[in-house]
Design a protein around this ligand. Structure first.
Ligand code: SF4
Length: 471
């Protein structure tokens, strides 16, 4: 997926003018996952304690990541699986292709995987003559529309059902063009009938992993459609796309994280299907793959260990920060221009595609703090976005006017007496200049504000003088 994060402003402006998208986002923010999460959390008094436990657990794993990854790898191999360590997306794609070529695969079914999106595996497989078929309904819809996901757990949340029906008619050419497709159930049945055939035809099944369990060498995925089970048990080969921060020590730890994940993501107590895969099929098993492979992706994550962005490696991709973000709720996921949108994307994307290409994202926040307050593992997202803004300033990536303005402000802020004189002088000049109307319709260096609203002219005493007078 080509990144357009540099064009965030233009993407956002387009999104704000898209009436259908605004409708879909409005419904999602009013009645969607956020409201359901609030109800689920209210039913569980110990939820705050669980968040603290989740944070502590993930921090412990990150501090001992080498140990848990080695333990996990040993146990995967002991149970007959293969581990493919991949430094970057190119290595991960090559590893998947080699597995497919090794088995002569022509069709691959896929369960939802954000790592799959990160390494753009679908395009790569297609370019190499292999047909990938998404089996999660939302992913399937955006695949036939040739779009990327707009949300990490609800990839097609930006669409109205009429748009989905239109896409089905265009993609499923062999079916009766006059068939009714006005109800979600009709579309679901149609997709199910098509996907059933693909499940049976697939040579390889690719899934993501919500968690990897070190003590057993297992991978865990959760779905609400059951497509993950069919993707990994029907084909001869099961390939798991995972990344290094997904490992947890024990099954008990995984249970804690699953409780946090389901409530934070969809407001469920537990996801409908939780599937634990441990190696290939054993002689006594009635089903399962002949081979079990895990593609273990780093892609810049290990470089975050020990640094100011390490907290981001706690992320369990629940999507709660997106569901509560006023910026995401106004512009949707595609405006962010790459795989990961919303507050988590604003922190993660610069680490994965580089700050120069994604510097607009950490600036797309009001710092209201809702993201941090709902994050199940307490990631201080606003603080991490602020770190990126500091790096943007250090690396001279911000526009010159913004840099000079910030440098001038920093100079004054370090000299309180001078700051008081300068701010009082500026307030007097602005107060005098705006005295007739009481507001400005245009102001140099404030055009971003005055283009869409008036700026009130300063009046009366400054805060500093009032404070001094009260003391
Ligand atoms: S940053 Fe927190 S809230 Fe956002 S997706 Fe990750 S775990 Fe969920």
């Amino acid at each position: 997926m080509e990144a357009t994060s540099r064009a965030f402003s233009a993407n956002a402006a387009r999104a704000l003018g898209d009436a259908q998208l605004q409708d879909a986002l409005g419904t999602m923010m009013r009645e969607g996952f956020g409201a359901r999460r609030a109800k689920a959390v209210a039913r569980l008094p110990e939820f705050e304690a669980l968040r603290e436990e989740g944070k502590t657990l993930k921090n412990h794993v990150l501090q001992n990541l080498d140990f848990y990854l080695e333990t996990w790898e040993r146990n995967v191999i002991a149970r007959g699986g293969y581990v493919h360590w991949c430094r970057d997306a190119a290595e991960a794609r090559a590893a998947v292709l080699a597995i497919c070529h090794g088995t002569g695969a022509r069709t691959v079914t896929k369960g939802k995987s954000m790592v799959g999106e990160e390494i753009a595996i679908n395009d790569y497989l297609e370019a190499n003559g292999i047909t990938p078929v998404e089996t999660d309904l939302g992913e399937y819809i955006i695949q036939i529309r040739h779009e990327g996901p707009s949300h990490i757990i609800a990839p097609a949340v930006h669409l109205a059902k009429e748009q989905v029906a239109e896409s089905f008619r265009a993609a499923h050419r062999g079916l009766d063009p006059a068939r009714p497709l006005s109800e979600p159930r009709q579309m679901l049945d149609e997709a199910r009938a098509i996907l059933r055939r693909q499940f049976l035809a697939a040579d390889v099944g690719i899934t993501g992993a919500n968690f990897l369990v070190a003590e057993t060498g297992s991978s865990i995925i959760v779905t609400n459609e059951g497509n993950g089970d069919l993707t990994q048990t029907l084909p001869r080969i099961h390939v798991v796309l995972a990344s290094i921060e997904k490992v947890v020590p024990t099954l008990e730890d995984a249970a804690l994280m699953l409780r946090l994940l389901a409530r934070s993501a969809t407001g469920q107590e537990f996801s409908t299907y939780t599937t634990i895969s441990t190696g290939p099929r054993r002689p006594e098993d009635t089903d399962g793959p002949e081979q079990y492979h895990v593609i273990m992706l780093d892609n810049g994550r290990s470089a975050l260990l020990g640094g100011e962005m390490q907290d981001m490696l706690r992320c369990i991709r629940c999507g709660a920060c997106l569901n509560h973000c006023p910026v995401y709720g106004a512009v949707g996921g595609h405006a962010y221009g790459w795989v990961y949108p919303g507050p988590m994307g604003a922190v993660l994307t610069p680490t994965l595609i580089g700050l120069a290409d994604a510097a607009a994202l950490p600036n797309a926040s009001t710092f209201c703090g809702r993201c941090e307050s709902v994050c199940p593992v307490k990631i201080p997202l606003p603080k991490l976005m602020r770190h990126w803004r500091e790096r943007e300033f250090d690396q001279k990536l911000a526009p010159p006017v913004a840099r000079w303005g910030l440098a001038a402000w920093a100079f004054l802020a370090q000299r309180p007496a001078l700051y008081r004189v300068a701010s009082s002088l500026a307030a007097r000049v602005l107060g005098w200049a705006g005295r007739s109307r009481g507001r400005f319709r245009a102001l140099p260096m404030a055009s971003g504000w005055t283009r869409v609203r008036d700026l009130p002219a300063p009046e009366g005493q400054s805060f500093m003088s009032q404070w001094a007078a009260r003391r």
